[in-house]
Design a protein around this ligand. Structure first.
Ligand SMILES: *[C@@H]1O[C@H](CO)[C@@H](O)[C@H](O)[C@H]1NC(C)=O
Ligand SMILES: *[C@@H]1O[C@H](CO)[C@@H](O)[C@H](O)[C@H]1NC(C)=O
Ligand SMILES: *[C@@H]1O[C@H](CO)[C@@H](O)[C@H](O)[C@H]1NC(C)=O
Ligand SMILES: *[C@@H]1O[C@H](CO)[C@@H](O)[C@H](O)[C@H]1NC(C)=O
Length: 455
């Protein structure tokens, strides 16, 4: 009996991974031309997450949402996906220039959120979308059926849906670029905000989310250390043109592990091919980080999620209740790494570490400047959130009466209903799009669609 279990647990999983790997390698070498749809359907067997512990202040992993997958299928079925990336450089189309929105005093409603990949952004995004929907904000959306505003390419004037109202916000995946963003979101009236995550945790999450083990064909017992040991080699396989059919929305030549956070924040690191690359120029990197610091009102940190949210709420002059959220795919993966490998990663993604250290420091400076009642507010928010978690997702979720939370220095009396729970359990993307398209029915968009090797 014990022996049998041993065999099942110890021998079977590596064998399965090995077989999948062989299959994958064979396909790579034969250049087996599977269609993109096949790829989606035959998805690789996902690695079983091993839950180490629950860390209440560490979030979202593996957040490819059902919703996004659905959108992706829709996109693929429409047949408009990835031909080659012939990017249209010149665009001479009317620009919707933003101006202060009358409905929105005190900059309450104008924000630009840079959604960094794999940084618990799905949870934040839902908070922003719901607020935007409830407050009738005009959110910049991707063109047609696209999921991204050109990510991981720089956005262009053709990458968003036209509107005749000025835009209040941006939430979906876009690469930060000051020139482009300033054009649509004047910095005098818009808060620039993003969220980042501790780079090693970010790497572990990206490793499993982007299926690096399977796509790069790593057969070792410890895939993560094997990857770090030969990082350039595996990275080049992963981003090769031959592996394009196995990747999700990731164009050729784009590294999903090397300074991904920095790339999302617009630092020129050589992608796409031919773009300026300051990777080896630490002076230029530091200068870029200093500029980000000036341009962004707030860089939130996943590891200090509630503190970050309360800072955001104070910046935007929102209410505490606007922040109440539901975790999106929370889970912690267990991959322990020795210092040797931590150092290797630190060298590989050194710019992300520089960014993280810088903005962790500024986060605590901002908190210190808030005064002592800041902690009371964080505590109160955590208290409310805990009650909501219990009420909405806890064991007695069959109870139909409302959850009542009494007022405090930071919030008025709150009443949470079952309906409110449901509203936290949706991505709000469809609702936002529907509303946007309804509001802009009469806007004629004759611009050509940009073709890019992304979603
Ligand atoms: C931002 O975009 C502008 C206009 O496309 C470009 O000239 C500039 O180099 C970009 N900035 C960075 C840092 O890539
Ligand atoms: C940066 O330095 C590394 C190691 O010296 C080198 O391999 C790489 O080509 C350099 N990159 C650029 C863009 O100069
Ligand atoms: C962030 O900064 C704080 C305050 O300096 C420090 O205590 C903490 O260890 C840092 N967090 C991480 C995850 O590096
Ligand atoms: C939340 O949404 C998911 C996915 O749509 C669904 O499976 C689940 O039952 C919902 N949970 C609750 C408590 O409504």
């Amino acid at each position: 009996m014990v022996r049998k279990r041993y065999i099942l647990l110890r021998v079977l999983p590596p064998m399965i991974i090995f077989l999948i790997g062989m299959l994958c390698l064979k396909n790579l070498y034969l250049g087996y031309n599977k269609s993109y749809e096949d790829k989606l359907d035959s998805d690789f067997v996902p690695q079983k997450p091993q839950v180490e512990s629950f860390d209440s202040n560490a979030y979202v992993q593996n957040e490819m949402m059902a919703d996004e997958k659905e959108k992706l299928h829709e996109l693929m079925n429409s047949g408009k996906h990835l031909q080659n990336f012939d990017m249209i450089k010149e665009s001479k189309f009317p620009k919707t220039t933003s101006s202060t929105n009358k409905q929105c005093p005190n900059q309450k409603c104008n924000f630009l959120f840079i959604k960094t990949m794999k940084c618990a952004t799905e949870t934040v995004v839902r908070i922003l979308r719901k607020y935007s929907y409830d407050n009738n904000l005009n959110i910049m959306l991707p063109q047609k059926k696209r999921l991204y505003l050109a990510w991981p390419y720089l956005m262009d004037d053709l990458d968003y849906r036209l509107s005749d109202r000025p835009f209040n916000g941006l939430i979906d995946h876009a690469i930060y670029n000051k020139t482009i963003m300033n054009r649509y979101f004047p910095p005098e009236t818009t808060h620039y905000v993003t969220i980042i995550r501790e780079p090693l945790k970010h790497f572990k999450s990206a490793f499993s989310y982007f299926k690096i083990q399977q796509i790069a064909g790593i057969f070792a017992k410890h895939p993560l250390t094997e990857y770090l040991e030969n990082i350039k080699y595996y990275d080049s396989i992963y981003k090769s043109h031959e592996a394009a059919h196995y990747r999700y929305c990731i164009p050729d030549g784009f590294s999903v592990t090397k300074n991904l956070i920095a790339h999302c924040l617009g630092m020129p690191l050589g992608f796409p091919y031919g773009r300026h690359d300051i990777t080896n120029n630490s002076l230029a990197v530091r200068e870029y980080i200093r500029n980000l610091d000036r341009e962004f009102s707030l860089v939130m940190i996943v590891e200090y999620f509630h503190e970050s949210l309360v800072l955001f709420k104070r910046l935007m002059k929102w209410q505490l209740k606007d922040l109440i959220y539901k975790f999106v795919n929370r889970g912690t993966y267990y991959f322990s790494l020795s210092n040797r490998y931590k150092e290797k990663h630190k060298k590989w993604a050194s710019i992300d570490y520089m960014i993280y250290e810088h903005f962790n420091e500024t986060l605590w400076k901002k908190i210190a400047a808030e005064g002592p009642d800041f902690y009371d507010e964080v505590k109160q928010f955590s208290h409310i959130q805990k009650q909501v978690n219990h009420y909405c997702w806890g064991l007695d979720k069959h109870l139909h009466k409302n959850l009542e939370i009494s007022h405090s220095q930071f919030n008025s009396d709150l009443k949470i209903s079952r309906k409110d729970c449901e509203s936290m359990n949706i991505s709000w993307l469809d609702k936002i799009k529907e509303k946007f398209d309804g509001d802009n029915k009469h806007v004629v968009d004759s611009r050509p669609e940009l073709r890019r090797q992304t979603c």
